[in-house]
Design a protein around this ligand. Sequence first.
Ligand code: NAI
Ligand code: MG
Length: 350
Amino acid sequence: MSQSSMSALLRPLRILLFAGHYNLTRCCSSFVSRMRHINNLKANDAACYSALQNGQILLFHRLVPLLQCSDPGSFKPVALGYSEVQSVLESAGSDGSLLKESILIGCSEKNQAQFCLDVGELDQAAIAEKCKGTFVELRKAFFLLAGADAPVVAKAQALLRWHQINKFCGATGQPTQRNQAGSQRSCSSSSIIYYPKMSPVVIVLVSDGKRCLLGRQSSFPPGLYSALAGFCDMGETLEEALYREVAEEVGLEVQNIAYSSSQHWPFPHSSFMLACHATVSPAHSQLNVDHSELEDARWFTEEAITCALQVKAPPRRNDPPTVWLPPKHAVAHRLITEWREGQQRSRDKE
Ligand SMILES: NC(=O)C1=CN([C@@H]2O[C@H](COP(=O)(O)OP(=O)(O)OC[C@H]3O[C@@H](n4cnc5c(N)ncnc54)[C@H](O)[C@@H]3O)[C@@H](O)[C@H]2O)C=CC1
Ligand SMILES: [Mg+2]
């Protein structure tokens, strides 16, 4: 084929590729500009302070988020502008200088920066009344909030907590200074820069083909079962941590690790949950539970999982004992529903 006829053949393809690239660029541009805007706010204190004056601020009191009930049963975090927070602080007897302590959490679709501020030194009831809101502990708030709000509030609390416990340098004992965004703290004596930290945790749903394995710790609320989880040790890969945790907790050797998804988990401190599926052969599914780690671990059939997923609220004290599973915001819930969907798909194929 001559070069000119080859070129003629490829022309429509080039137009298609160009159109595809154009669409991709257009659909990604607002995301890219938002990410770059946030990155700039972390690096530039003056730009960040100016964004704070035009931004939205979520309020916390000693790490407890302030929520507002819009419709019955539907909660949202209270998000106020700079001057609104100034007036709230002044009404609670503060001069408003606390506002500079706000920490950057992210940015809205329209590039409006979002911050959080802990007003723990001020009167909680007075602040709640002035804002027509309620301070709700994160453990409860996390499950009252909509899917998109819960991780934002959890991230805000995690950053506030990290700042509260990193006020001093571990090497020199000198106070550390934060940048305006609150994305780092540094010690001028040692030149060490500290960044907000998460602990990696592996969480795995083990299956023997027909059943999945769930366990519970004695500290869990009665009847709650979840996928096996454990903190990664220093130097371990995700896979090594997974093999070790399952071996330690239930005495099994798993195979076929498949990554599912990840999640920031705020309880009890910041964990980075790495969620996977894994299998054991039915011939090697005999459990040997380490009761110093787990109160119980059991194999659950698909029917038992379907039944447990229907329990929408934790059973009350006098209710009959019921097995229930982690709620929707938890990555364990995702692993369990993925496993159930997989079982349904393989049944449909039979
Ligand atoms: N989002 C979700 O769906 C789920 C999240 N989780 C979270 O996973 C985390 C780990 O699960 P566990 O079974 O408790 O872990 P685990 O099996 O590793 O046991 C916890 C123990 O590990 C030790 N440990 C080692 N490194 C640690 C670190 N960096 N931070 C704290 N403790 C450390 C402590 O002695 C602690 O008591 C928990 O914080 C839990 O909240 C657990 C299940 C579901
Ligand atoms: Mg564990």
